[in-house]
Design a binder for this molecule. Structure first.
Ligand SMILES: Cc1cc2nc3c(=O)[nH]c(=O)nc-3n(C[C@H](O)[C@H](O)[C@H](O)COP(=O)(O)OP(=O)(O)OC[C@H]3O[C@@H](n4cnc5c(N)ncnc54)[C@H](O)[C@@H]3O)c2cc1C
Length: 515
């Protein structure tokens, strides 16, 4: 990872280490631009770790006639799966049908479009299910006799973000987590950007500025760059609950609610079921967002309309909540606001043209982050010759994803051959998280003992050190909730011990030696 001389000017500076900022940094670095990215906290510390984790077209968006978005998103499913077959996998969704909500012909039409709009080659097609016979009918209440089953993909959202940051860094970008952009102003042909890291301030120069601050996009415009923008962001909260697993098969459900919304119930981390999401306007500070008791009760009630065994708030083992930074299209209901993205380019002020450009990202989905980055490059190309180079990210694997979509068992076998002493379950978990980089994680280790201290579940010192060395992890939360979901398995005491270990491992060697 490089750090440039202080007096040099970057081609591009990105504010925000969510999926969109990291995707843009990766794309630009791969086109040969010099890039710096600032993230005030950890990667995916905000919305990009709080999603439903679906790479999906969004069946529901067809009802709002968002055909452009649905088509682009559907096309991305197999593109992203091929780029990251370790952290992305296909998932089948079961939609139980019942009279009173959307009619069967409408669902069939929606699913026909879903099957045919978006370049599906490997994902299996839609089919009709007899829920009285199919195993997916068993956990459901009596009365659900017919259903539809269709394909989308599942993604480990926060790992997708860090892998984009990692790939950008390996292509020469300066990636700076825990570094907040405090102010940015135009100075001649470039931007002067003041950043703060560990209480110290520094000024950096760049020709182009990208504001990918997610729910802070408007705050960055108003308080950091201090410009008036006509575009506005609509903050919409979405919460999820996690309960012990409600059923044994590997398919997900999509349930239609009486209020016209839908929720998903998805197999999660082997032993759990993930249920979400809610949709309501949000007014507070983005970092303070938290699932409310009312939302938890809503999700439990909505799931209990379908599952035989009622889901209750007492069963909830974890919740998470995020804020969608949607483009404000004036829709009356939060659930109807467009999920499409808008890229706003500002390169003139009054009659002054050709100013150093500012590109702000509004809205978007995890699913469309790669296309959003390509569109951002197209918009910025007139300002930076290097960005006019052709797109390259389609087909370029993310770190560890350099194997075929059906080849995960082969990578697990390769890891076991190199390290016959590791358990099958750990080998599988490491490959699902790190892909072929699992070999790098275990490189040089010769026995179980070499994995070092065990922090809880199967998290060992070797993995924690890898995450600190290669993926910028600094705290237990980074490891337990964003680089993995082992937070579901470690006790509070174990997490605190991990935190203490990581703090100690980062202390300067000289200070440690002096004590
Ligand atoms: C409940 C919910 C469910 C969703 N489900 C799905 C789904 O299943 N599939 C899908 O495709 N999409 C889904 N989405 C949408 C998707 O999660 C978001 O569109 C996407 O994560 C937005 O990414 P982002 O990079 O724009 O924002 P963020 O991930 O929020 O990143 C912005 C970053 O900017 C940083 N930042 C802000 N200000 C500064 C500053 N001054 N200096 C430095 N850094 C700064 C923040 O710390 C933050 O990390 C869902 C969203 C929600 C809320």
């Amino acid at each position: 990872m490089t750090t440039r001389a202080l007096d040099s000017i970057y081609d591009l500076a990105v504010i925000g280490g969510g999926v969109n900022g990291c995707g843009i940094a990766r794309d630009a670095a791969g086109r040969g631009a010099s890039v710096v990215l600032f993230e005030q906290g950890d990667f995916a510390g905000a919305t990009s770790s709080a999603s439903t984790k679906l790479i999906h077209g969004g069946l529901r968006y067809l009802e709002h006639y968002e055909f452009r978005l649905v088509r682009e998103a559907l096309m991305e499913r197999e593109v992203l799966w091929a780029m990251a077959p370790h952290i992305i996998r296909p998932l089948r969704f079961v939609l139980p049908h019942h009279d009173g909500l959307r009619p069967a012909w409408l669902l069939r039409l929606g699913l026909f479009l879903y099957d045919h709009l978006g370049g599906r080659k490997l994902l299996p097609a839609t089919r009709t299910l007899d829920l009285t016979r199919d195993e997916t009918g068993k956990p459901l209440r009596a009365g659900y006799t017919r259903g539809f089953e269709y394909s989308d993909c599942w993604v480990e959202d926060s790992r997708l973000v860090v892998l984009n940051a990692l790939d950008a860094a390996e292509r020469g970008a300066d990636i700076r987590p825990r570094c907040r952009v405090v102010s940015a102003e135009r100075a001649g042909d470039h931007w002067r950007i003041e950043v703060e890291e560990d209480g110290a301030r520094e000024t950096i120069r760049a020709r182009v500025l990208v504001n990918a601050a997610g729910p802070w996009v408007h705050e960055v415009l108003a308080k950091v760059v201090r410009v008036n923008s006509p575009a506005n962001v609509r903050l919409v909260q979405g919460s999820h609950i996690v309960v012990k697993k409600l059923y044994d098969h590997d398919r997900a459900y999509i349930f239609q609610n009486a209020d016209g919304r839908i929720i998903f119930a998805i197999p999660y981390e082997h032993d759990f079921t993930l249920i979400g999401t809610t949709d309501r306007d949000y007014k507070g500070a983005p970092h303070a967002v938290k699932a409310s008791e009312e939302e938890i009760a809503y999700l439990c009630a909505a799931a209990s309309e379908y599952f035989k065994a009622p889901v209750t708030p007492e069963q909830v083992v974890w919740t998470y909540s995020g804020v969608r930074p949607l483009y404000d299209d004036g829709a009356s209901k939060a659930q109807e606001a467009t999920r499409d993205y808008v890229l706003e380019l500002e390169d003139r002020e009054g009659d002054r043209a050709n100013l150093p450009p500012l590109l702000s990202v509004f809205g978007g989905k995890i699913t469309t982050y790669r296309r959003l980055a390509e569109h951002a490059m197209e918009k910025l190309a007139p300002h930076l010759a290097t960005l006019a180079k052709p797109g390259w990210t389609r087909g370029a694997p993310l770190p560890g994803g350099d194997f075929g979509v059906k080849d995960q068992p082969r990578v697990v076998a390769q890891l076991k051959r190199a390290h016959p002493w590791i358990d099958d379950a750990l080998a599988r978990r490491l490959v699902v998280a790190y892909g072929t980089r699992a070999l790098r994680l275990l490189d040089g280790l010769r026995s179980r003992a070499d994995l070092g201290r065990v922090f809880g579940a199967d998290l060992t010192e070797a993995e924690v050190r890898y995450l600190m060395r290669e993926e910028w992890a600094r705290s237990a939360d980074d490891v337990l909730w964003r680089r993995s979901k082992l937070g579901l398995r470690l006790s509070a005491g174990e997490a605190a011990a991990l935190d203490a270990f990581m703090a100690e491992a980062q202390r300067p060697v000289t200070r440690r030696a002096a004590q």
